[in-house]
Design a protein around this ligand. Structure first.
Ligand SMILES: [Zn+2]
Length: 293
């Protein structure tokens, strides 16, 4: 039977209420229950745990530690602990039960660090939740996957597959000089303002003689500097003497000597990347203009 069918009729729903207790005094005034249950969730060293600390009067009567699969969130852990406490309260026919969670008070603490609850029971539940996360060797008590984890996994999987195709691919040779790795490329290109000239500089696809010759748009692949030298994007950026002045200026600004081997390092660094892209735009623009004639 689905949970919707098991729910009570809407007319018999009860309104849930909670109180915010910010110090021990407020807790004492609101803890006239036969049983008080403190709940907490914790994520530590990539492991997730939840715990309950059950008190009758001033003494801890029992504890319950729950282990969650590592992809679970602290939010799920907090809710699991509250859910188990509610179940415990429903089973306890003896009398009144108070359930305490510091999930909301953690948010209040961020707003006002002085208002930390610091209740003894909360501290205890926090300690137990960390223990549950770190030391549990039992089967997991909770394994429902958060949607955020699935989204992240799918993104990582498709990036991984893209990377494998990219690294093993025959094409995109020039781009691989700048970005040996598709995942790093994905991170960096999101920070670059990519326009037509930058794309030409990073792919070699555009108005370079070698490229134009390949598509029969030009009679020769040669560069103006030397008839025996092919005008590829890497030639104009790294070797061509017609851009020696701009290249030297860039090398003085970045302190890096431009070679095919260190282009990927230049692209990684924010400052040298900006300067390098300005240089690329200038060179590619000049080459495009001279090849139009
Ligand atoms: Zn040249």
């Amino acid at each position: 039977m689905s949970s919707a069918l098991r729910s009570p009729h809407s007319a018999s729903h009860i309104d849930l209420e909670f109180k915010c207790l910010v110090d021990q005094e407020q807790f004492t005034a609101n803890s006239e229950n036969e049983v008080n249950i403190f709940t907490d969730g914790s994520k530590i060293e990539g492991k997730v745990g939840a715990a309950l600390s059950v008190w009758t009067g001033a003494a801890e009567a029992r504890t319950l530690k729950l282990a969650l699969l590592s992809y679970c969130t602290v939010y799920q852990a907090e809710l699991l602990a509250i859910c188990r406490a509610a179940r415990m309260a429903a089973d306890n026919l003896a009398g009144s039960v108070g359930i305490y969670s510091d999930s909301l008070s953690a948010l209040l603490t961020l707003k006002n660090p002085k208002a930390h609850a610091g209740l003894e029971g909360n501290e205890r539940a926090d300690h137990l939740a960390k223990e549950a996360a770190l030391k549990s060797k039992r089967a997991f008590d909770y394994d429902s996957c958060p949607v955020s984890f699935i989204k992240r996994s799918i993104r990582m999987q498709s990036l991984d597959e893209w990377n494998q195709r990219y690294r093993g691919g025959e094409t995109s040779g020039v781009t691989r000089v700048f970005f040996p790795d598709a995942i790093a490329a994905y991170r960096i290109t999101s920070k670059i303002r990519v326009d037509g000239l930058v794309t030409k500089a990073l792919t070699g696809h555009g108005g370079f003689s070698e490229y134009l010759y390949r598509f029969k748009c030009k009679g020769s692949p040669s560069c103006v500097c030397d008839p025996g030298c092919s005008e590829s994007v890497l030639h104009v950026l790294l070797e061509c003497p017609t851009f020696a002045y701009e290249r030297l200026r860039l090398e003085n600004q970045t302190g890096v000597h431009l070679t095919e081997g260190n282009l990927c390092e230049i692209i990684k660094n924010k400052l040298s990347r900006e300067l390098y892209l300005q240089y690329c735009i200038k060179v590619v623009k000049a080459v495009n203009i001279r090849n139009k004639n």
